[in-house]
Design a protein around this ligand. Structure first.
Ligand SMILES: Nc1nc2c(ncn2[C@@H]2O[C@H](COP(=O)(O)OP(=O)(O)OP(=O)(O)O)[C@@H](O)[C@H]2O)c(=O)[nH]1
Ligand SMILES: [Mg+2]
Length: 374
């Protein structure tokens, strides 16, 4: 979000039948994290238990009144829903509430838009946002006409279907242009990388949940490498990395290999983002070996690992050999000290190795493991 001041938000989450307490709480925690990553201040969380979402308004009418009251009392400017809302739900909720209504998908898209730095990432994010907007133009318009204006596509306001049809066509045209531009950027990237880094080396890909420490591990390996290597960006926030970086790792006494660092995963990563970032993610899929980086101190690590494995399948990388790198083992709460290796082959699972990308402990053992795969 580009606003100068922090936006105040009320979060709203529905616990539907079949969702256990634990995964519900995890989801709400993550929504808070996503909101903060977006520069949004969470004022309160309104929750409801229902057998299934209400078709028209997602939550029940009594709860909706409660939510409206909370928004008014707390001076909120946003209501953030912990799920993908249908275009109808957005339209109805926008009509009922006096604040802007956004859902989890929208929140993730906004974070991506704020963080995108390279040309390719910016094009990909814009493409994804347009895909998201397309079926929701009516609901967005309802909010904007009350607010009295907005920027970009939504600024050209007008009434009725003609206006909508125009907007729709504009979006489709823009998407067609973006697709062309993306093809070009991709082609240039491919040829540059192939010639610069040289083929024939083992290709290793860092993958995993956002904020697990993938980029920190990349930098640790670069620091151990001979020669001067440019570091990648790391930060304690969701989605610090939004593009793919490939570097040659050459640690004395170990065979050199190519290492790629890429965008992290999260549960319910919007499909339009997976689609838009397919080429970036495909670079991770284009590896001989994957290092799945896990924050082993996170109580949600198992669920996060499941999401990673699922997302890998979605991008066609489910079959690639994988080592589970249990990172942040220097911290309190780690199950094992750095350097611990757990072989999981009998169950058909990935090997687990405990390391600390921050202190470097266990990284030598990891390098030996990587070599074993060459
Ligand atoms: N204590 C500790 N902190 C770590 C370790 N590795 C990474 N971190 C911290 O975890 C945070 C996230 O690290 P990143 O390397 O940016 O994580 P990432 O997986 O690349 O995250 P995204 O790019 O956002 O998906 C940073 O604050 C790091 O300093 C570790 O081994 N120990
Ligand atoms: Mg990163």
């Amino acid at each position: 979000m580009k606003e100068e001041h922090t936006l105040r938000a009320v979060l709203c989450a529905l616990q539907t039948e079949g969702t256990d307490e634990e995964s519900f709480e995890r989801s709400v925690r993550e929504l808070c994290g996503l909101s903060e990553a977006c520069g949004v201040e969470v004022c309160t969380v309104v929750t409801q238990r229902l057998a299934s979402p209400v078709h028209a308004t997602y939550i029940g009418s009594g709860k909706l009144a409660e939510l409206k009251a909370a928004c008014d009392m707390l001076d909120a400017e946003l209501a953030v829903f912990d799920e993908s809302l249908s275009p109808t739900q957005i339209r109805n909720l926008s009509g009922e509430l006096s604040v802007e209504v956004i859902d989890r998908t929208d929140l993730i898209l906004r974070i991506f838009s704020d963080r995108a730095k390279t040309k390719e990432a910016r094009l990909q994010v814009e493409y994804a946002r347009l895909s998201y907007m397309l079926p929701r133009l009516v609901g967005m318009r309802a909010h904007l006409s009350r607010q009295g204006g907005a920027s970009g596509f939504m600024s050209a306001r007008g009434a009725g279907e003609t206006r909508l049809e125009l907007d729709r066509r504009k979006i489709l045209d823009r998407q067609a242009r973006l697709r062309k531009e993306l093809k070009n950027v991709e082609r240039i990237r491919h040829t540059q990388r192939a010639s610069r880094l040289g083929g024939g080396l083992l290709r290793v890909g860092l993958v995993g949940y956002t904020n697990a420490g993938k980029s920190t591990l990349m930098n640790r390996l670069l620091a151990m490498s001979s020669g001067v290597k440019k570091e990648v960006y790391t930060e304690d926030m969701l989605f610090a990395t939004l593009d793919t970086t490939v570097r040659r790792i050459e640690v004395y006494g170990h065979a050199p290999f190519l290492l790629s660092d890429t965008v992290g995963f999260i549960s319910h990563l919007p499909t339009m983002l997976i689609d838009a970032f397919r080429s970036t993610l495909a670079e991770a899929a284009d590896a001989d070996l994957l290092l799945e980086v896990v924050d082993c101190t996170d109580e949600d690590r198992d669920a996060q690992s499941e999401v990673t494995v699922q997302t890998l399948k979605e991008i066609g990388a489910g079959h690639i050999a994988r080592i589970r790198v249990m990172n942040k083992a220097d911290m309190e709460g780690a199950l094992h000290p750095p350097g611990t290796l757990l072989c999981r082959h009998p169950e058909g699972e990935a090997d687990e190795i405990y390391i600390s990308a921050r202190t470097g402990e266990g990284v030598d053992a990891l390098l030996a493991r990587i070599e074993g795969h060459a």
